[in-house]
Design a protein around this ligand. Structure first.
Ligand code: CP
Length: 330
């Protein structure tokens, strides 16, 4: 079996992982290259170097999560870190403790990395400022999904999945690749982070959905918008379905799941204009709303579980790159 060697990479410029737009091109390629290495290492069954032995990671998720929370936990454990997953529902948050007191308290446990999910945009930066004020700024903050604007680790795992499907390495980019993101784009932090990332990697990105679920044109002047699913996915290499974020819809916007599926749900038949496209979904999926169960489960077309798998590799790369002091050692 080939011995995989950790790529020799420059240390990151960033101190924290807040968003894709605040991550340099070089740091993005470093993170994707490292994630590609960890994905290959796990695939090979080789031992994983426990580069984070003695380091402490705390996951604090103020919003629900299955994929992101569990993959960050697994990633830290595989690299040898001590990992604490805070049970927010049973924590002192429900005695009225403020976010900033919670993060200062958790960072005071000699925490090296705090993984935060929160419904409010700006929470990770507010947490970082609170740690700075308390003399705890060595604790790195990694954004695990915040408001409607940022879910940067999801965008990285989506890009890694595309590179693997194309047989490309991250430094080869996504030039010539057409990607259609379909569904509720207006309220999706996954769409927002992918819009920050995929064009920078060279891809042609399109947004496809009903007018009420598309972002304002001026927010993304470079991205073509389509109301028609048939037109929007034409010749796409990747078609990504997004769920309707019912918890974030404004009052008065009533949407029928049945009507949405009729007009915008992805099925084998509706993919006819994109005959070679792979289908992606960040999860959680609503079968029979934004995607049919048959398409989601089709191993020839669907990359959904590959995305989940790559979530671990991407989060290992993030933890390694932000916490591992011996950056260029094998
Ligand atoms: N994709 C994603 O963020 O899923 P979870 O909400 O389950 O973490």
């Amino acid at each position: 079996m080939t011995k995989l060697t950790r790529p020799s990479l420059s240390p990151l410029k960033a101190d924290h992982f807040f968003s894709i737009s605040e991550t340099s091109d070089q740091d993005l390629i470093t993170l994707l290259t490292l994630a590609d290495y960890y994905a290959a290492l796990m695939q090979s069954g080789s031992d994983i170097p426990r580069v984070l032995t003695g380091r402490t990671q705390v996951n604090v998720f103020f919003e629900n999560s299955t994929r992101t929370n569990s993959s960050f936990e697994l990633a830290g454990k595989k690299l040898g870190a001590d990992v604490l997953v805070v049970p927010v529902a049973a924590s002192s948050v429900h005695k009225g403790e403020a976010l900033l007191d919670t993060v200062q308290t958790l960072a005071a446990l000699n925490t090296d990395a705090m993984i935060i999910r929160h419904k409010e945009a700006g929470s990770c930066k507010a947490a970082s400022a609170a740690l700075g004020a308390a003399g705890l700024s060595t604790c790195k903050i990694l954004n695990a999904g915040e408001g409607t604007a940022d879910h940067p680790s999801q965008a990285l795992l989506d890009a890694l999945t595309m590179f693997q499907s194309l047989g490309r390495t991250p430094d080869q980019g996504l030039h010539g690749i057409k990607i259609a993101i379909c569904g509720d784009i207006r309220h999706s932090r996954v769409a927002s982070s992918n819009a920050q990332l995929l064009p920078r990697l060279g891809a042609e990105l399109r947004f496809v959905g009903p007018e009420a679920l598309l972002p304002p044109e001026e927010s993304y002047p470079e991205i073509d918008r389509y109301i028609s699913l048939e037109d929007g996915i034409q010749d796409a290499d990747f078609v990504m379905a997004l769920r309707i974020q019912f918890e974030r819809l404004p009052d008065g916007l009533a949407l029928s799941k049945e009507d949405f599926f009729q007009a915008h749900g992805l099925t084998h038949e509706r993919l006819a204009p994109a005959p070679k496209a792979f289908v992606m979904h960040p999860g959680p999926m609503n079968r029979g709303v934004e995607i049919s169960g048959a398409l989601a489960d089709d191993p020839q077309r669907s990359l959904v579980l590959k995305q989940v798998q790559n979530g671990v590799a991407v989060r290992m790369a993030l933890l390694d790159a932000f916490l591992h002091v011996g950056h260029n050692s094998p």
